[in-house]
Design a binder for this molecule. Structure first.
Ligand SMILES: C[S@@+](CC[C@H](N)C(=O)[O-])C[C@H]1O[C@@H](n2cnc3c(N)ncnc32)[C@H](O)[C@@H]1O
Length: 255
């Protein structure tokens, strides 16, 4: 369990958090997600114009259906991907929804129980950098918009590879780099001008999350660099597909 967290302070969550590592980053990320958990789903839908549902369904196209299979969703947050994953394991399949943040996971657990999936999807609080599962446990690992927040990504990738069965797939859905100059310019305006304005003026945000979000996207490896990091972590084959002109990319890494 995480200790009870104090109210987030602006000083703890500047946009520079995206470049921090170690405990300081983990605590800042924890504070942000604790603060936004209650309205994460609504904000996500508003800020992505509902596109996140489409991106998540697209990610599922790269998940192999394994009857009675075991799947892990990392950074599961409010549970959308874990719930979609449930359809890939059949009646006897098992899904684990794991997240660093208790508040996000509690919202996810509520949605899972509401859908009557409590016996097939279990929730665990844990850090992607230190997975507590045995080697070769899962047929599939997914991560939706999580890896960008992880301090030591190489370690997380090594851990993900370790808990996957040989031949198992890691499907990583994450913000990436738009592929055309026009789209990049529009996206930069939206991210660095509009979003912080919405955050401060409209949402009266005190967490700094609307500044952290674009900064964390800007400092995240692009499609090719992420592919290289995954190969370096020992995955045998890594492919990726751009969505919405590269605003989002899905990487599929095979152990
Ligand atoms: C942007 S949310 C995405 C939630 C959900 N996957 C979705 O797509 O809607 C990122 C989630 O990753 C979690 N997270 C951040 N760092 C993490 C880490 N090191 N290990 C596990 N989860 C982490 C956060 O707590 C948060 O719930």
């Amino acid at each position: 369990m995480v200790p009870t967290l104090e109210k987030p302070s602006k000083a703890d969550t500047p946009k520079s958090v995206s470049t921090w590592t170690g405990e300081a980053r983990e605590h800042a990320v924890q504070r942000m997600f604790t603060a936004i958990a209650g309205f994460y789903d609504l904000n996500n839908s508003l800020l992505s114009f509902g596109l996140h549902h489409h991106w998540k369904k697209r990610a599922m196209q790269y998940v192999a259906s394994v009857q009675g299979g075991r799947a892990l969703d990392l950074g599961a947050g409010t549970g959308d991907l874990a719930i979609l994953l449930d359809q890939h394991g059949g009646q006897t399949g098992q899904v684990v929804a794991a997240d660093l943040n208790e508040a996000m996971l509690r919202v996810g657990l509520g949605k899972i129980q509401e859908k009557g999936l409590g016996d097939r999807i279990s929730c665990f609080q844990m850090n992607a950098e230190h997975l507590t599962f045995q080697d070769n446990t899962f047929d599939t690992v997914t991560a939706g918009f999580c890896i960008r927040n992880v301090g030591n990504r190489s370690q997380a990738f090594t851990e993900i590879r370790r808990v996957l069965k040989p031949g198992g797939r890691f499907v990583c859905l994450e913000f990436s780099q738009p592929t055309t100059a026009v789209l990049r310019a529009l996206y930069d305006f939206y991210s660095f001008k509009l979003l912080p304005w919405v955050g401060t003026v409209v949402a009266r945000d005190g967490t700094g999350v609307y500044e952290y979000l674009p900064a964390s996207i800007r400092t995240f490896p692009d499609q090719e660099r992420l592919r290289e990091l995954l190969l370096k972590a020992g995955f045998q084959q890594v492919d990726y597909h751009n969505l919405s002109g590269g605003i989002v990319a899905i990487h599929i890494a095979v152990k």
